[in-house]
Design a protein around this ligand. Structure first.
Ligand code: K1U
Ligand code: ZN
Length: 170
């Protein structure tokens, strides 16, 4: 297994739309294993392949308290969403230390392939629902700050650029 580099906002590669996985084979399972290692090491609850510069529709999630319920979703599709929405404070491993509120459907039902290429469905609300929707946005080239006002997004982009300049100078 390997730790992968997580792209940092405003890297333009974060806006790439990922392609569907055509075959769930050993190559895909290796990507999944590396993504889990990277997500757990960064203490995240989810990770999309886009964030590690792999533009295929793969996400990994573990929202359990014990960090012992890994879930992989390949080619995920939302098949049902509640009409009631909820506001949640979101974070992102591509924008460390930046948090803001985003409103999304409270409950979703998602169909995806697992690591053996078998189709399954999950339904959830709370952090699981928020996290899966946030990761699916990544696969469509969307970052959570794209849900915020242009003013907030520009401030965050400037803050991230300043941080990167300082890191390069150090
Ligand atoms: O996509 C990512 O970068 C992962 C992201 C998932 C996420 C968490 C919370 C709301 C929306 C999306 C994170 O893991 S952020 C960092 C984090 O560790 C965390 C945040 C909230 C609760 C628990 C952990
Ligand atoms: Zn994210």
């Amino acid at each position: 297994m390997a730790l992968l580099n997580i792209l940092q906002y405003p890297d333009p590669r974060l806006h790439t739309v990922a392609k569907p996985v055509t075959e769930v084979d050993e190559r895909v399972r290796r990507i999944v294993a590396d993504m889990f290692e990277t997500m757990y090491s960064a203490k995240g609850v989810g990770l999309a392949a886009t964030q590690v510069d792999i533009h295929e529709r793969i996400i990994v999630v573990d929202t359990s308290e014990q960090r012992d319920q890994p879930m992989v979703l390949i080619n995920p599709e939302i098949v049902q969403r509640s009409s009631d929405c909820k506001e949640w404070e979101e974070g992102c491993l591509s924008l460390p230390g930046i948090y803001d509120k985003v409103t999304r459907p409270d409950r979703i039902r998602v169909r995806a392939l697992d690591a053996r290429g078998e189709s399954f469905e999950i339904e959830g609300d709370g952090l699981l629902s928020v996290c899966v929707q946030h990761e699916m946005d990544h696969l469509d080239g969307k970052v959570f700050v794209d849900h915020l006002s242009a003013l907030k997004r520009n401030r965050i982009r400037a803050r991230m650029r300043k941080r990167q300049r300082e890191a390069e100078a150090a």
